[in-house]
Design a protein around this ligand. Structure first.
Ligand code: SAH
Length: 397
């Protein structure tokens, strides 16, 4: 039981020491330009009125952007020709430029590398399944949480993304789907999938599991959740229940999120059930311990009625011991929670790798013995470095 612990800690400490200093930006500094998705509908009406336009133009622009994913005012035929340029400049400035697109899984997984107005790089991943389409979005360029097994954690934080920069990643995915550019996946048995002639689809789920710590960019992420889930024309009309915010465990922010009374799913990146190991795998644990993080999660579950997802990357001989499965099981038994096991995606240069199949099976079995629901995450996007923890755009411009 004790043998692996000092070993694991040493390994992590040396990985942390080797981490490069955060990148400085070569490009422009400051904030991304204001975009209509940064504003609620009242704010958009005010912005439109500032241009001397009738305030209902705000609804027109919003329907185009959130309902039809149009971002070029020239394509908005219900706007007077003479007003289009000014409205577009004021409320639809270009935010993210697609720098590179990669796809795999027969085109059903698509990763986009985006460049911001200042040169900052972020990534998003679209994953189409037979029954849903999930967009995995970034909330920050880089990340300040320094988890040693995560590619993004290695380079440090560049900056927060604006609300509109977060929303724009989802809108871009929705646009690809609406245009039929992402092939449908037939359900086994032939039902429900798109026909070969109609590949169009919609974004059904959004997970804040790309680059960044969403709760460290609280205000912009919360506004993005509202834009994504408010109905057209306020927002995109995605169900709150289909949005997952994933966090390292920033306890005050989890408490604050619970008080918003949203129905979004909370995912907590636990990765270890004991403080000794979690202090190294998720360094913010030095501030908020496992028990505090889990208490905040249970409060979230009781306030929202939503089952909390406990994320656990299985790392060979580091956190995949049978005793840790039992400890995790005892912490979660009887709670409104399920465990999402993620086979570790080794990051470049990492000495860590995924658990052996037998260890993974035993981990699952022990959790189930405690009555804890558990699933093993699929590893979509591996070949294009689009899988969990591999989004590290700044390292591969
Ligand atoms: N900052 C947020 C979102 C980050 S990414 C958070 O930590 O929750 C989403 C998930 O991928 C997190 O659970 C994260 O710990 C996990 N992850 C990061 N690197 C990984 C890797 N190399 N292999 C498997 N999962 C990883």
């Amino acid at each position: 039981m004790s043998a692996a612990r000092p070993l694991a800690s040493d390994a992590v400490v040396s990985a942390q020491a080797a981490r490069p200093v955060p990148l400085t930006l070569a490009g422009r500094r400051g904030r991304p330009p204001r975009h209509l998705a940064d504003l609620d509908l009242a704010g958009r009406r005010a912005a439109v009125a500032d241009l001397g336009e009738p305030s209902f133009r705000a609804v027109q622009l919003s329907r185009h952007f959130f309902g039809r994913y149009t971002e070029d005012a020239d394509d908005m035929s219900d706007l007077p020709r003479a007003s289009r340029a000014a409205l577009g400049q004021a409320l639809l400035p270009p935010l993210l430029t697609a720098e590179r697109e990669l796809s795999c899984d027969d085109g059903t997984t698509r990763k986009t590398l985006w460049r911001g107005f200042d040169g900052a790089l972020v990534e998003s991943v679209l994953m189409r399944y037979p029954d849903r389409v999930t967009m995995c979005v970034s909330s920050q360029a880089g990340c300040g949480m320094a988890c040693p097994f995560c590619a993004t954690g290695q380079a440090g934080l560049t900056r927060n993304l604006s609300t509109a920069e977060i929303v724009a990643q989802v809108v871009a995915g929705a646009r690809l789907l609406a245009a039929g550019e992402i092939p449908g996946v037939a359900l086994r048995g032939g039902q429900g999938g798109s026909s070969p002639r109609d590949n169009t689809g919609r974004v059904s789920n959004v997970v804040f599991m790309g680059m960044g710590e969403p709760l460290a960019n609280y205000a912009n992420v919360l506004a993005a959740v509202r834009r994504l889930t408010d109905p057209v024309p306020e927002g995109m009309g995605i169900s709150q229940r289909s949005v997952t915010v994933s966090t390292v465990g920033l306890v005050p922010a989890i408490t604050r999120l619970a008080a918003e009374r949203l129905s979004v799913t909370l995912a907590v990146s636990l990765h270890a059930p004991d403080d000794g190991l979690r202090d190294t795998l998720v360094p913010v644990n030095q501030r908020w311990k496992v028990a505090e993080v889990l208490n905040a999660a249970w409060d979230y579950a009781s306030v929202t009625g939503r089952r909390v997802s406990i994320e656990y990357a299985l790392i060979r001989d580091i956190n995949d011991h049978a005793w840790r499965a039992d400890l995790l099981g005892s912490l979660l038994a009887g709670r409104l929670a399920h465990v999402n096991l993620i086979p570790l995606n080794p990051t470049p240069g990492s000495k860590w790798t995924a658990s052996r199949p037998a260890a993974q099976r035993e981990f699952v079995r022990r959790l189930e013995t405690h009555g804890v629901p558990v699933t093993v995450r699929d590893t979509r996007g591996r070949e294009i470095d689009g899988a969990c923890g591999q989004l590290a755009a700044s390292a591969r411009p």
